[in-house]
Design a protein around this ligand. Structure first.
Ligand SMILES: CC(C)(COP(=O)(O)OP(=O)(O)OC[C@H]1O[C@@H](n2cnc3c(N)ncnc32)[C@H](O)[C@@H]1OP(=O)(O)O)[C@@H](O)C(=O)NCCC(=O)NCCS
Length: 169
């Protein structure tokens, strides 16, 4: 007879902190995307050093990032634009995305700005529902495109349609 060691369902409380993402964190962020994506994030960290963007990391007590995302202050005049939000797949639906968005909004307000903007792909209704729950309102739609890397390393152009959303802070 096989013995299965089944554990009762349990709730684990995870303490997390929010800080700026650093270049040294990138090897621990491979869950967020391809090598191409991480090179892109690395370039954004150079812009963060110049003050053009904030790039945030939600970290566990081991100081490892489980949610990352940027705020671009150059994309739209007078607003901070949230982009590249990503939560470690194993920890999605636990509230980390909400914490990331709220932390980004605090950074925007700290710069004396009163509007947050973001774009979400039309075929990503879960993310859109989250932003609506947090007070974002759709005001337009726009096409977007970026390079994506296949598992075999081939680069392909991804063309998509996005819903543009904003929130007054
Ligand atoms: C979209 C994304 C950033 C949201 O982050 P998240 O951590 O999953 O979001 P949250 O947990 O804060 O909220 C999402 C869900 O968790 C639920 N939730 C929030 N806090 C919770 C808690 N403490 N306990 C249980 N559930 C909770 C919400 O009700 C919501 O429900 P849903 O699963 O039906 O959507 C994340 O899922 C992700 O990285 N997705 C893939 C990449 C992507 O789509 N990025 C967005 C591009 S615009």
């Amino acid at each position: 007879m096989t013995t299965h060691h089944l554990f009762p369902e349990a709730t684990v409380t995870l303490r997390v902190g929010v800080r700026d993402l650093r270049p040294g964190d990138l090897p621990a962020c491979t869950w967020s995307g391809s090598a191409t994506h991480l090179r892109h994030v690395e370039r954004e960290l150079a812009r963060a050093a110049a003050g053009e963007v904030d790039y945030l990391a939600v970290c566990t007590p081991a100081d490892l990032p489980v949610a990352i995302g940027g705020v671009d202050y150059r994309a739209t005049e007078g607003a901070g634009t949230l982009w590249q939000l990503a939560v470690l797949p194993a920890l999605q639906s636990c509230g980390l995305g909400t914490l990331l968005v709220q932390s980004a909004e605090r950074r925007i307000r700290a710069r004396g700005l009163h509007r947050a903007e973001l774009a979400v792909e039309e075929d990503n209704p879960r993310a859109r529902a989250l932003y609506e729950r947090l007070g974002y309102v759709a005001y337009d739609r726009a096409p977007d495109a970026w390079d994506e890397e296949d598992p075999d390393g081939a680069i392909r152009r991804h063309e998509t349609m996005c819903v543009l959303m904003r929130k007054n802070l």
